[in-house]
Write a protein that binds this ligand. Sequence first.
Ligand code: CP
Ligand code: NVA
Length: 308
Amino acid sequence: MKKDFLAVSDYSPEALQEMLDLAIRLKKEHFATGNKPVFKGKVLAMVFQKPSLRTRMSFDMAMRHMGGDALYISPNEIGLGQRESVADVARVISGYVSAIMARVFDHAHVLELAKWASIPVINGLSDYNHPCQGMADALTIIEKFGTLKDLNVTYLGDGNNVAVSLMHICSKLGANFTIANPEGYDITPKAVEDAIKFAKTSGSKLNFLRDPHQSVKSAHVIYTDTWTSMGQEAETEKRKLVFPPYQVNANLVSEADKDVIVMHCLPAHRNQELTDEVADGPHSVIFPQAHNRLHAQKAVLYKLLAGE
Ligand code: CP
Ligand code: NVA
Protein backbone atom coordinates (compact mmCIF):
# COMPACT_ATOMS: atom_id res chain seq x y z
CA MET A 1 0.00 0.00 0.00
CA LYS A 2 1.21 3.51 -0.78
CA LYS A 3 1.63 6.05 2.01
CA ASP A 4 -1.12 8.29 0.60
CA PHE A 5 -4.47 8.13 -1.18
CA LEU A 6 -4.37 10.95 -3.71
CA ALA A 7 -5.87 9.44 -6.86
CA VAL A 8 -7.44 6.16 -7.93
CA SER A 9 -5.05 6.32 -10.88
CA ASP A 10 -2.12 5.72 -8.49
CA TYR A 11 -3.43 2.25 -7.61
CA SER A 12 -3.46 -1.03 -9.52
CA PRO A 13 -6.82 -2.60 -10.38
CA GLU A 14 -6.01 -5.34 -7.85
CA ALA A 15 -5.35 -2.85 -5.05
CA LEU A 16 -8.57 -0.94 -5.86
CA GLN A 17 -10.58 -4.16 -5.91
CA GLU A 18 -9.04 -5.19 -2.60
CA MET A 19 -10.06 -1.87 -1.04
CA LEU A 20 -13.59 -2.26 -2.40
CA ASP A 21 -13.82 -5.82 -1.04
CA LEU A 22 -12.66 -4.48 2.32
CA ALA A 23 -15.30 -1.71 2.15
CA ILE A 24 -17.99 -4.36 1.63
CA ARG A 25 -16.65 -6.36 4.59
CA LEU A 26 -16.46 -3.30 6.87
CA LYS A 27 -19.96 -2.22 5.85
CA LYS A 28 -21.34 -5.66 6.79
CA GLU A 29 -19.43 -5.60 10.06
CA HIS A 30 -20.70 -2.07 10.81
CA PHE A 31 -24.34 -3.15 10.52
CA ALA A 32 -23.87 -6.56 12.19
CA THR A 33 -21.74 -5.85 15.26
CA GLY A 34 -20.20 -2.42 14.79
CA ASN A 35 -16.62 -2.05 13.61
CA LYS A 36 -13.70 -3.12 15.76
CA PRO A 37 -11.77 -0.22 17.39
CA VAL A 38 -8.72 -0.66 15.15
CA PHE A 39 -8.04 3.09 15.07
CA LYS A 40 -7.88 3.44 18.87
CA GLY A 41 -5.53 6.34 19.69
CA LYS A 42 -5.45 7.50 16.05
CA VAL A 43 -6.61 10.93 14.94
CA LEU A 44 -7.38 12.18 11.44
CA ALA A 45 -6.87 15.91 10.75
CA MET A 46 -9.45 17.10 8.23
CA VAL A 47 -8.21 20.23 6.48
CA PHE A 48 -10.84 22.03 4.40
CA GLN A 49 -10.35 24.92 1.98
CA LYS A 50 -13.91 24.45 0.68
CA PRO A 51 -17.29 23.58 2.26
CA SER A 52 -18.46 19.99 2.74
CA LEU A 53 -21.27 17.89 4.16
CA ARG A 54 -20.52 14.36 3.06
CA THR A 55 -16.73 14.38 3.15
CA ARG A 56 -16.53 15.99 6.55
CA MET A 57 -19.19 13.88 8.24
CA SER A 58 -18.31 10.55 6.65
CA PHE A 59 -14.60 10.81 7.50
CA ASP A 60 -15.41 11.95 11.04
CA MET A 61 -17.85 9.08 11.58
CA ALA A 62 -15.52 6.56 9.92
CA MET A 63 -12.85 7.40 12.49
CA ARG A 64 -15.30 7.30 15.41
CA HIS A 65 -16.88 3.99 14.34
CA MET A 66 -13.43 2.44 14.32
CA GLY A 67 -12.34 3.76 17.69
CA GLY A 68 -10.41 6.82 16.50
CA ASP A 69 -11.05 10.53 16.39
CA ALA A 70 -11.09 13.35 13.86
CA LEU A 71 -10.18 17.01 14.04
CA TYR A 72 -11.91 19.49 11.70
CA ILE A 73 -9.89 22.45 10.46
CA SER A 74 -12.13 24.99 8.73
CA PRO A 75 -11.26 26.90 5.54
CA ASN A 76 -10.24 30.09 7.35
CA GLU A 77 -7.81 28.56 9.81
CA ILE A 78 -4.61 27.29 8.23
CA GLY A 79 -4.45 29.43 5.11
CA LEU A 80 -2.62 26.68 3.17
CA GLY A 81 0.15 28.30 1.13
CA GLN A 82 -0.89 31.78 2.28
CA ARG A 83 -0.49 32.13 6.03
CA GLU A 84 2.09 29.36 5.95
CA SER A 85 3.76 27.24 3.28
CA VAL A 86 2.17 23.90 2.46
CA ALA A 87 5.46 22.15 3.27
CA ASP A 88 5.58 23.69 6.75
CA VAL A 89 1.93 22.88 7.43
CA ALA A 90 2.54 19.27 6.41
CA ARG A 91 5.52 18.89 8.71
CA VAL A 92 3.79 20.53 11.68
CA ILE A 93 0.58 18.49 11.40
CA SER A 94 2.66 15.29 11.08
CA GLY A 95 3.71 15.72 14.71
CA TYR A 96 0.16 15.96 16.05
CA VAL A 97 -2.03 13.37 14.34
CA SER A 98 -1.96 10.03 12.50
CA ALA A 99 -3.19 11.10 9.05
CA ILE A 100 -4.40 14.13 7.08
CA MET A 101 -7.45 14.38 4.86
CA ALA A 102 -7.38 17.58 2.80
CA ARG A 103 -9.90 19.28 0.54
CA VAL A 104 -8.09 21.86 -1.54
CA PHE A 105 -8.47 24.11 -4.56
CA ASP A 106 -5.13 23.50 -6.24
CA HIS A 107 -4.30 19.81 -6.74
CA ALA A 108 -0.60 20.70 -6.38
CA HIS A 109 -1.32 21.50 -2.73
CA VAL A 110 -2.48 17.99 -1.89
CA LEU A 111 0.57 16.57 -3.71
CA GLU A 112 2.81 18.94 -1.77
CA LEU A 113 1.17 17.98 1.54
CA ALA A 114 1.82 14.31 0.76
CA LYS A 115 5.41 15.02 -0.21
CA TRP A 116 6.25 16.73 3.06
CA ALA A 117 4.01 14.91 5.56
CA SER A 118 5.50 11.89 7.28
CA ILE A 119 1.95 10.56 7.80
CA PRO A 120 -0.65 9.41 5.22
CA VAL A 121 -2.46 12.10 3.21
CA ILE A 122 -5.91 11.52 1.71
CA ASN A 123 -7.29 13.72 -1.07
CA GLY A 124 -10.79 14.79 -0.03
CA LEU A 125 -11.33 16.61 -3.38
CA SER A 126 -9.16 18.94 -5.39
CA ASP A 127 -9.84 20.90 -8.55
CA TYR A 128 -8.42 17.91 -10.47
CA ASN A 129 -10.07 14.85 -8.91
CA HIS A 130 -12.18 13.34 -6.13
CA PRO A 131 -10.84 9.85 -5.47
CA CYS A 132 -12.87 9.09 -2.30
CA GLN A 133 -16.00 9.83 -4.31
CA GLY A 134 -14.74 7.48 -7.03
CA MET A 135 -14.36 4.66 -4.48
CA ALA A 136 -17.87 5.21 -3.06
CA ASP A 137 -19.26 5.32 -6.60
CA ALA A 138 -17.59 2.02 -7.49
CA LEU A 139 -18.90 0.45 -4.28
CA THR A 140 -22.43 1.62 -5.11
CA ILE A 141 -22.25 0.22 -8.64
CA ILE A 142 -20.85 -3.11 -7.39
CA GLU A 143 -23.66 -3.39 -4.84
CA LYS A 144 -26.20 -2.98 -7.62
CA PHE A 145 -24.61 -4.98 -10.44
CA GLY A 146 -22.02 -7.21 -8.68
CA THR A 147 -19.12 -5.84 -10.75
CA LEU A 148 -17.95 -2.91 -12.85
CA LYS A 149 -16.68 -5.19 -15.60
CA ASP A 150 -18.41 -4.58 -18.93
CA LEU A 151 -21.00 -2.17 -17.53
CA ASN A 152 -21.75 1.01 -19.47
CA VAL A 153 -21.24 4.06 -17.27
CA THR A 154 -22.30 7.41 -18.75
CA TYR A 155 -21.41 10.75 -17.23
CA LEU A 156 -23.24 13.87 -18.43
CA GLY A 157 -22.19 17.46 -17.83
CA ASP A 158 -18.96 19.13 -16.84
CA GLY A 159 -15.68 17.23 -17.32
CA ASN A 160 -14.71 18.03 -13.74
CA ASN A 161 -12.95 16.49 -10.75
CA VAL A 162 -15.72 13.94 -10.13
CA ALA A 163 -15.69 12.93 -13.81
CA VAL A 164 -11.92 12.33 -13.66
CA SER A 165 -12.10 9.92 -10.72
CA LEU A 166 -15.13 8.13 -12.16
CA MET A 167 -13.42 7.73 -15.53
CA HIS A 168 -10.29 6.40 -13.86
CA ILE A 169 -12.02 3.87 -11.63
CA CYS A 170 -14.10 2.67 -14.60
CA SER A 171 -11.09 2.32 -16.88
CA LYS A 172 -9.10 0.56 -14.14
CA LEU A 173 -11.85 -1.93 -13.31
CA GLY A 174 -13.20 -2.71 -16.78
CA ALA A 175 -16.36 -0.61 -17.06
CA ASN A 176 -16.98 1.21 -20.35
CA PHE A 177 -16.97 4.94 -19.70
CA THR A 178 -18.82 7.48 -21.83
CA ILE A 179 -18.95 11.20 -21.24
CA ALA A 180 -21.20 13.68 -23.02
CA ASN A 181 -20.30 17.30 -22.39
CA PRO A 182 -20.48 20.63 -24.19
CA GLU A 183 -17.49 21.94 -26.08
CA GLY A 184 -15.11 23.81 -23.80
CA TYR A 185 -15.91 21.56 -20.82
CA ASP A 186 -13.90 18.46 -21.72
CA ILE A 187 -12.07 16.35 -19.16
CA THR A 188 -8.49 17.55 -18.92
CA PRO A 189 -6.31 15.81 -21.59
CA LYS A 190 -3.80 14.37 -19.09
CA ALA A 191 -6.59 12.50 -17.26
CA VAL A 192 -7.90 11.19 -20.58
CA GLU A 193 -4.41 10.04 -21.60
CA ASP A 194 -4.14 8.06 -18.35
CA ALA A 195 -7.60 6.55 -18.82
CA ILE A 196 -6.68 5.38 -22.32
CA LYS A 197 -3.67 3.58 -20.84
CA PHE A 198 -5.76 1.94 -18.11
CA ALA A 199 -8.42 0.92 -20.62
CA LYS A 200 -5.84 -0.88 -22.75
CA THR A 201 -5.12 -3.17 -19.82
CA SER A 202 -8.67 -3.62 -18.55
CA GLY A 203 -10.49 -3.79 -21.90
CA SER A 204 -12.75 -0.81 -21.10
CA LYS A 205 -14.10 1.23 -23.97
CA LEU A 206 -14.00 5.03 -23.67
CA ASN A 207 -16.31 7.38 -25.58
CA PHE A 208 -16.10 11.16 -25.64
CA LEU A 209 -19.32 12.58 -27.04
CA ARG A 210 -21.28 15.80 -27.36
CA ASP A 211 -24.74 14.25 -27.85
CA PRO A 212 -26.47 13.45 -24.54
CA HIS A 213 -29.00 11.12 -26.20
CA GLN A 214 -26.37 9.02 -27.94
CA SER A 215 -24.41 8.83 -24.67
CA VAL A 216 -27.15 7.13 -22.64
CA LYS A 217 -28.00 4.39 -25.14
CA SER A 218 -27.56 1.06 -23.26
CA ALA A 219 -26.24 2.88 -20.18
CA HIS A 220 -26.39 0.88 -16.94
CA VAL A 221 -25.31 3.94 -14.96
CA ILE A 222 -26.15 7.57 -15.64
CA TYR A 223 -24.08 9.97 -13.57
CA THR A 224 -24.17 13.74 -13.31
CA ASP A 225 -22.70 16.47 -11.14
CA THR A 226 -23.12 20.21 -10.68
CA TRP A 227 -22.50 22.40 -13.72
CA THR A 228 -20.50 24.83 -11.57
CA SER A 229 -17.97 23.42 -9.15
CA MET A 230 -16.71 25.07 -5.99
CA GLY A 231 -14.38 27.89 -6.96
CA GLN A 232 -16.09 28.52 -10.34
CA GLU A 233 -19.00 30.54 -8.95
CA ALA A 234 -18.22 33.55 -11.20
CA GLU A 235 -19.14 31.35 -14.21
CA THR A 236 -22.49 30.16 -12.86
CA GLU A 237 -24.69 32.21 -15.18
CA LYS A 238 -22.59 31.47 -18.27
CA ARG A 239 -22.71 27.76 -17.50
CA LYS A 240 -26.47 27.81 -16.97
CA LEU A 241 -26.81 28.72 -20.65
CA VAL A 242 -24.59 25.90 -21.93
CA PHE A 243 -25.48 22.84 -19.87
CA PRO A 244 -29.31 22.44 -20.00
CA PRO A 245 -29.20 19.91 -22.90
CA TYR A 246 -27.22 17.65 -20.53
CA GLN A 247 -29.86 17.69 -17.78
CA VAL A 248 -30.65 14.22 -16.44
CA ASN A 249 -34.44 14.09 -16.69
CA ALA A 250 -37.06 11.37 -17.10
CA ASN A 251 -36.93 11.60 -20.88
CA LEU A 252 -33.17 10.98 -20.98
CA VAL A 253 -33.36 8.18 -18.40
CA SER A 254 -36.05 6.44 -20.50
CA GLU A 255 -33.51 6.15 -23.34
CA ALA A 256 -31.06 4.10 -21.22
CA ASP A 257 -31.09 0.44 -20.15
CA LYS A 258 -34.32 -0.38 -18.31
CA ASP A 259 -32.40 -1.20 -15.10
CA VAL A 260 -30.25 1.93 -15.24
CA ILE A 261 -29.21 3.53 -11.97
CA VAL A 262 -28.87 7.29 -11.66
CA MET A 263 -26.00 8.68 -9.60
CA HIS A 264 -24.89 12.09 -8.39
CA CYS A 265 -22.08 12.82 -5.94
CA LEU A 266 -24.20 15.59 -4.32
CA PRO A 267 -24.74 18.39 -3.52
CA ALA A 268 -27.32 18.46 -6.33
CA HIS A 269 -28.80 21.56 -7.89
CA ARG A 270 -32.23 20.14 -8.31
CA ASN A 271 -33.98 20.80 -11.60
CA GLN A 272 -30.73 21.99 -13.10
CA GLU A 273 -28.42 19.01 -13.75
CA LEU A 274 -30.91 16.53 -12.22
CA THR A 275 -34.69 16.83 -12.03
CA ASP A 276 -36.58 16.16 -8.81
CA GLU A 277 -38.53 13.47 -10.63
CA VAL A 278 -35.36 11.50 -11.38
CA ALA A 279 -33.53 12.30 -8.13
CA ASP A 280 -36.48 10.95 -6.12
CA GLY A 281 -37.54 8.33 -8.65
CA PRO A 282 -37.05 4.55 -8.83
CA HIS A 283 -33.71 4.61 -10.69
CA SER A 284 -31.99 6.98 -8.27
CA VAL A 285 -29.32 5.68 -5.87
CA ILE A 286 -28.10 9.11 -4.77
CA PHE A 287 -28.60 8.57 -1.04
CA PRO A 288 -27.12 5.06 -0.76
CA GLN A 289 -24.27 6.46 -2.87
CA ALA A 290 -23.73 9.29 -0.36
CA HIS A 291 -23.87 6.79 2.52
CA ASN A 292 -21.27 4.65 0.81
CA ARG A 293 -18.73 7.43 1.29
CA LEU A 294 -18.59 6.25 4.90
CA HIS A 295 -17.91 2.62 4.04
CA ALA A 296 -15.50 3.23 1.16
CA GLN A 297 -13.45 5.66 3.26
CA LYS A 298 -13.27 3.21 6.16
CA ALA A 299 -11.48 0.87 3.76
CA VAL A 300 -9.11 3.60 2.57
CA LEU A 301 -8.35 4.61 6.18
CA TYR A 302 -7.88 0.99 7.22
CA LYS A 303 -5.36 0.37 4.46
CA LEU A 304 -3.42 3.52 5.34
CA LEU A 305 -3.66 3.44 9.13
CA ALA A 306 -3.86 -0.21 10.04
CA GLY A 307 -0.99 -0.96 7.68
CA GLU A 308 -2.61 -3.65 5.53
N1 CP B 1 -19.80 14.59 -2.64
C1 CP B 1 -19.12 15.37 -1.77
O1 CP B 1 -17.89 15.36 -1.70
O2 CP B 1 -19.91 16.11 -0.94
P1 CP B 1 -19.42 17.25 0.07
O3 CP B 1 -18.89 18.39 -0.80
O4 CP B 1 -20.61 17.64 0.85
O5 CP B 1 -18.32 16.70 0.91
N1 NVA C 1 -17.60 18.97 -8.76
C1 NVA C 1 -18.07 19.40 -7.46
C2 NVA C 1 -18.12 18.23 -6.53
C3 NVA C 1 -18.62 18.55 -5.16
C4 NVA C 1 -18.56 17.36 -4.24
C5 NVA C 1 -17.19 20.51 -6.93
O1 NVA C 1 -15.97 20.41 -7.04
O2 NVA C 1 -17.73 21.48 -6.40
